[in-house]
Design a binder for this molecule. Sequence first.
Ligand SMILES: NC(=O)c1ccc[n+]([C@@H]2O[C@H](COP(=O)([O-])OP(=O)(O)OC[C@H]3O[C@@H](n4cnc5c(N)ncnc54)[C@H](OP(=O)(O)O)[C@@H]3O)[C@@H](O)[C@H]2O)c1
Length: 259
Amino acid sequence: MTTLVTGGTGTLGRLVVARLREAHCQVRVLTRRAKEPVDGVEYATGDLDTGEGVADAVSGVGTIVHCAGSARGDEEKARRLVQAAAKAEVRHVVNISVVGAERIPVVSGLDRAMFGYFAAQRAAEQVIADSGLPWTSLRATQFHDLCLLVARQLAKLPVIPVPAGFRFQPVDAAEVAARLADLALGDPLGVVPDLAGPRAYGMAELLRGYLRATHRSRPLLPVRMPGGAARAIRAGANLPTGGDRGHRTWEEFLAERLP
Ligand SMILES: NC(=O)c1ccc[n+]([C@@H]2O[C@H](COP(=O)([O-])OP(=O)(O)OC[C@H]3O[C@@H](n4cnc5c(N)ncnc54)[C@H](OP(=O)(O)O)[C@@H]3O)[C@@H](O)[C@H]2O)c1
């Protein structure tokens, strides 16, 4: 049967599509932009924010790998997806979430404005778990690509504010994609062990690595972030407590990605 990859045009999803194709799966990608089939992958046009096209996208699908996400509305996206998937009698939904989703309290308006992403990922996990469909959920740490995006933006400033005490353990998106593809080829497992990169870095250390790799220097200014979610992150709630480790380091990623 066909495997549907939502977000199959994104950083993670496109790598999942490649892995599934290597495993000779029939793959369909849900995207908001119409696209002709390429390399044996078909594209279904649909939007998880409106529900448009989603029923057609899930038709005839055995497994869904849910990698679609955006800054807002991930809980509603998941709800629209599983409602359509239940009608289509999909056999397995594999979800990607974030390490710390269940441990970072997002209570105040301030928490929500800055760290609402974690609560949205947790809510999406819950929607999938409560859907009645067989499911698997993998929580991963921040991808190297995301860290690079943030570092590039911050490096445009003459002085870089750095949240004091924040640590991250970035992971390679290709390693997360490989794990997701394996999970999609197997049986539903519920929540599986977290996947993180080989080691944790202070945020200043991550930024220095980027500045070094781009032959620049900037003063870093430690800033204490207010709120309960920031307190939890300072306590390491966004870091894995167990689970598995990828191999590729931030330094290796930077060396390969930056000319
Ligand atoms: N980035 C990280 O560090 C990280 C860490 C842990 C977990 N995750 C999770 O991994 C997932 C993928 O992240 P990513 O970095 O690969 O994201 P990305 O590169 O920003 O890609 C997002 C994907 O979501 C799709 N999408 C967005 N809104 C949609 C909508 N309304 N309807 C249908 N598709 C929609 C986009 O497809 P089109 O634009 O083609 O429609 C795109 O393919 C997200 O759920 C994210 O929360 C990310």
